[in-house]
Design a protein around this ligand. Structure first.
Ligand code: ADP
Ligand code: NG1
Length: 466
């Protein structure tokens, strides 16, 4: 039977973690809309343990869901509008849109645009013939925004989920994840499918290896005696408001096509480095070697790429470049492709070490995480000074491995720490990173915390007991 998003009762026990939060959200909802919500959707953020910037190249990644999430309280209505309100109204203003006239602002995306991505994706996917239900929605998110923990995907997934439930439908989790990966791209960022996959397919207590095409999530049991600690550099990076993310996606696509062409493949149909590796039947180390043989370290210019691919510059701009990258002039193909193939190999090694229950597992996993960070920093250039400094502080504080997580250019580091050393680790990181700067010191409470693999998306009904 297809695995569906669980519909569960409202937490009723006072000690239940979610109880106070949902109660407050229900009160806010009533204050704003003058009625009770019918149901609540929840979708979590995630921390990626290893496998950065490779999901959109077709490679497996290894995230786990976190406790921080987006919850939306909903009342369905007979009107043809969606009324959006946010618990953090000082940051996110109220917004109304008609169900049949969604307008996503790609040029300067605001919070409602992410909601509309999920809403539009779902209504298109369901091809709803009867009128789409109107909704009153109150949104409450606890994932720190623009920090690499997927606040945007939690919002997109939750919006799609409540739209589905409001219209009386129920889809399998993998279909929801695939659909949300596609519709989040309406915002203009050409991401992979990791965040949406783990948000729907996570299970409490285990990290997951996520494979794409077809989408599959496999449990990964982490060794005993280690904990994962997230620390936020407090440098925000909004992907949709900048060009770096899409530039990396384009660099990988160009590297794909040049490698394919030089190896005599029908290069124009190749979009992902993973597909070239498969078509050439290479191991990942062989693919890294191929990059050394074919690509040069100096950045490629547009004219050189057009010459290699025998393409006019206007075709290059319209067919290869994408929204937000039309102005990019130089492309580091050697560095990006080397990162992707080597990082894909590190994900497989990480999973293998966990499966083997190796007595040296935690040291080996830590080493892989450190290598991943070095590659992200030097080859993919998706770190920043504060984040590199934070990673060094975490290693000095006793982490066995530490690396940036998520898109990077700011945001969070994830560190693997012996469980019996976590308290000492937290004290040291607070002292040596956060306390050095008054702005960061003020944010330490929500920026530095140990985390456990959390559960995936859920629907809560207020009128049944949990
Ligand atoms: P991330 O790496 O966390 O996914 P992005 O920069 O891609 O970050 O997206 C962050 C954006 O998502 C925010 O600028 C905001 O528009 C939206 N967002 C995140 N959390 C919330 C929230 N709780 N309420 C409303 N919008 C949110
Ligand atoms: P975050 O950290 O949520 O910005 C982004 C992409 C992922 C993946 C990572 C890098 C989206 C929605 N998410 O994540 O698919 O490519 O960067 O590993 O674009």
């Amino acid at each position: 039977m297809a695995d569906k998003v669980p519909v569960v009762g409202f937490p009723t026990v006072q000690t239940d973690q979610g109880f106070e939060r949902l109660k407050k959200l229900a009160e806010k909802f009533k204050e704003k809309f003058g009625c009770e919500p019918n149901f609540y959707g929840r979708a979590p953020g995630r921390v990626n343990l290893i496998g950065e910037h490779i999901d959109y190249c077709g490679y497996s990644v290894l995230p786990m869901a976190i406790e921080q999430d987006v919850v939306i309280a909903v009342a369905t209505t007979e009107s043809q509008d969606v009324l959006l309100s946010n618990v953090k109204s000082e940051l996110y203003s109220d917004f109304v849109f008609p169900v049949n006239n969604v307008n996503i602002n790609k040029d300067s995306p605001q919070w409602q645009d992410y909601f509309q991505c999920g809403f539009l994706g779902m209504t298109e996917h369901l091809k709803l013939s009867s009128p789409v239900r109107g909704m009153k929605c109150m949104v409450d998110g606890t994932v720190p925004p623009s920090s690499g923990l997927s606040s945007s995907s939690a919002l997109v997934c939750c919006a799609a989920l409540v739209t589905m439930y409001a219209n009386g439908k129920s889809l399998p989790k993998n279909e929801l994840a695939d659909m949300c990966a596609k519709c989040e791209r309406y915002i203009g960022t050409q991401g992979g499918g990791m965040d949406q996959a783990i948000s729907f397919m996570a299970h409490k207590g285990t990290a997951k290896l996520i494979d794409f095409n077809p989408l599959k999530a496999t449990d990964v049991y982490l060794p005993d005696g280690i904990s994962f600690v997230i620390s936020n550099s407090c440098v925000e990076k909004n992907k949709a408001a900048s060009s770096e993310f899409n530039t990396r996606v384009v660099e990988c696509r160009i590297a794909t096509q040049i490698l394919a062409k030089q190896k005599g493949l029908q290069w124009a149909s190749f979009q992902h480095l993973g597909d070239v590796q498969k078509a050439l039947n290479l191991s990942l180390p062989q693919a890294v070697k191929l990059v050394k043989e074919i690509l040069h370290k100096e950045p490629y210019t547009r004219s050189e790429i057009c010459q290699i691919l025998d393409m006019k510059e206007e075709d290059f701009v319209s067919n290869v470049l994408s929204s937000r990258t039309a102005q990019v002039q130089s492309f580091k193909l050697f560095q990006r492709a080397t990162h992707v193939f080597s990082e894909a190999g590190r994900v497989l090694s990480f999973k293998h070490i966990c499966d083997e229950a190796d007595p040296q597992a935690s040291q080996k996993l830590g080493k892989l995480m450190n290598e991943s960070h070095t590659s992200c920093r030097d080859m993919y250039e998706c770190s920043c000074t504060d984040l590199d400094n934070l990673v060094s502080v975490c290693l000095e504080a006793g982490a066995l491995g530490s690396r940036l997580t998520g898109a990077g250019w700011g945001g969070c580091a994830v560190s693997m720490v012996p469980t019996n050393h976590v308290m000492d680790f937290l004290v040291k990181v607070k002292k040596n990173y956060y306390d050095k700067n008054s702005t960061k010191a003020a944010m330490v409470g929500k920026s530095l915390f140990a985390t456990q693999p959390g559960t995936g998306a859920q629907i809560y009904l207020p009128n049944i007991a949990s």
